[in-house]
Write a protein that binds this ligand. Structure first.
Ligand SMILES: Cc1cc2nc3c(=O)[nH]c(=O)nc-3n(C[C@H](O)[C@H](O)[C@H](O)COP(=O)(O)OP(=O)(O)OC[C@H]3O[C@@H](n4cnc5c(N)ncnc54)[C@H](O)[C@@H]3O)c2cc1C
Length: 453
């Protein structure tokens, strides 16, 4: 009998791998690589349908980028996090009975332009009195924002945001204001690469409101985890999967300590590059290779702070017009402190794709920004952390992005989910919708097998 090149035996022979431990005694219906929002969502859907599900997470604890830490009486998400209540992800979470309590940021804020502050509002009446814009700029901006819902974004998916703006906006300051709105709702700061259609759709969604969650995004993680456990999901932390062998119904996963797991299906919620690195067979990895090569991560520099008090309580939200900067006092509207009177401040710089990373410069820029809003901030800090380069989203919605499906056709039984999979929506919406799509595809396959007997 010819040796199947994808069996672990062959690998152990060729690579002289010593399988130190094996957890093969148990065969799972589905193993999910990664215990972030995507992995947890998929696990709840599958376990509710009576599938035997195992989540393998490489970190010490699950949660991924939705983790919230508690520091000095404050609850800090990993950078500023807001849920889109009208997005496709929330619908799925609500179907799973996940509660998303919290508060929405006020529509009024502060705008920084050429080192001066201006009131930031999208209300046409307030805009008319703004000193920032001249009359014709006001007219153009109001027309632009009020006409956004009429734009059929399906037809401008392959047009860059830059080209769209150049073709539709005349006034330079209005262009800047529009780019600012695009950054705010999508985190993308690359108008020449990003898709006008997808970004404008996200701006429309953002304008319907966002919500900061009471207790931070950890409440989302904790609720999903509770549901997963109550439906029998097994969660194992500290397992870094490095290799995937075989296809449905005999897939073997191997972790960095040579522990093996066997399963019928796998959902990888890791990055495209990391998922690709698990597949050692050249012939089987061309789709993943294409995804890895085309996915450009969206990155930002973030500064999370707990302040004893704010001297400028009026400013709860601020944006840079000529610099890609963000400020928000999230505790002003959401319950994020375990000790009274503290303030949870998130600052961020939207990094552009080709920007050379300069953490010192970026931190200084953020400090200057904060000093304009809160001149005495240094005296009030009880905790701070600067995160120079975080991946907000694994794939910028670019003009040349292919449709990324959850099923990897060359490897039957392997599915992918995460914010780089183009099911529906951006950011966490993409993670949640792709997780559901992957889980549904597995359930559908199982039901069609049952039906045909
Ligand atoms: C600063 C910042 C701000 C953001 N703001 C928003 C926002 O306002 N709104 C919004 O909707 N989204 C926002 N996001 C994005 C949102 O956090 C993510 O889209 C979402 O949390 C991703 O969930 P996920 O499960 O797809 O991926 P992740 O959270 O990255 O989870 C993947 C998990 O897989 C694990 N893993 C990876 N590889 C392996 C392996 N080989 N073996 C085992 N485990 C592995 C990782 O450790 C991780 O826990 C923000 C992100 C950041 C960083």
């Amino acid at each position: 009998m010819s040796q199947n090149i994808l069996t672990p035996r062959y690998v152990s022979k060729t690579k002289r791998r010593v399988i130190l431990m094996t957890e093969n005694l148990q065969k799972w219906d589905v193993i999910i690589i990664g215990g972030g929002i995507a992995g947890l969502t998929a696990s709840v859907i599958l376990s509710k349908a009576n599938k035997k599900v195992l989540i393998l997470e490489k970190a010490k604890q699950i949660g991924g980028r939705a983790t919230t830490i508690e520091k000095a009486g404050g609850l800090l998400n990993l950078g500023p996090h807001a849920i889109y209540p009208n997005g496709p992800g929330v619908k799925i979470l609500e179907e799973l009975n996940i509660k998303l309590n919290g508060g929405s940021p006020v529509s009024k804020g502060t705008l920084l332009y050429e080192n001066k502050t201006y009131p930031l509002t999208l209300s046409p009446v307030a805009l008319l009195t703004s000193k920032l814009l001249k009359w014709k700029e006001k007219r153009e901006f109001i027309k632009l924002v009020s006409g956004l819902n009429k734009i059929n974004t399906k037809f401008i998916q392959n047009i860059s945001l830059y080209d769209w703006v150049e073709a539709h906006i005349i006034e330079e300051k209005v262009k800047k204001l529009f780019y600012m709105l695009c950054r705010l709702s999508s985190y993308c700061n690359d108008p020449k690469r990003s898709s006008a259609g997808i970004i404008i759709e996200q701006v429309k969604l953002g304008l319907t409101g966002v919500r900061y969650l009471d207790g931070g995004w950890q409440t989302l993680v904790d609720q999903l985890k509770q549901q997963a456990l109550s439906h029998g999901v097994t969660i194992k932390e500290n397992h870094h999967i490095i290799e995937l062998l075989g296809t449905h119904p005999n897939i073997t996963l191997i972790d960095s300590l040579d522990v093996t797991f066997t399963t019928e299906h796998v959902i990888s919620t890791s990055t495209p590059a990391n998922t690709l690195s698990m597949i050692k067979s050249e012939q089987m990895s061309s789709t993943l290779k294409q995804y890895r090569d085309l996915c450009i991560p969206v990155k930002g520099a973030f500064w999370d702070i707990v302040l004893k008090k704010t001297t400028n309580l009026n400013v709860k939200f601020a944006l840079g017009l000529d610099e890609p900067l963000y400020y928000s006092n999230q505790s002003a509207v959401a319950n994020l402190v375990t000790e009274p009177n503290l303030h949870i401040i998130h600052l961020g710089k939207y990094l552009s794709t080709d920007e050379k990373l300069d953490p010192k410069k970026n931190h200084k820029q953020l400090k200057n920004f904060l000093s304009v809003i809160e001149p005495d901030w240094e005296k009030e800090v009880v905790f701070q952390r600067f995160l120079p380069s975080l991946t907000v989203c694994n794939a910028m919605p670019s003009t040349n992005m292919p449709k990324i499906n959850t099923e990897i056709s060359e490897i039957p039984g392997l599915y992918v989910a995460g914010d780089w999979v183009t099911t529906n929506g951006l950011l966490a919406d993409a993670s949640i919708t792709s997780a559901k799509a992957a889980a549904d595809a597995i359930l559908e396959e199982a039901s069609s097998l049952t039906y045909t007997g």
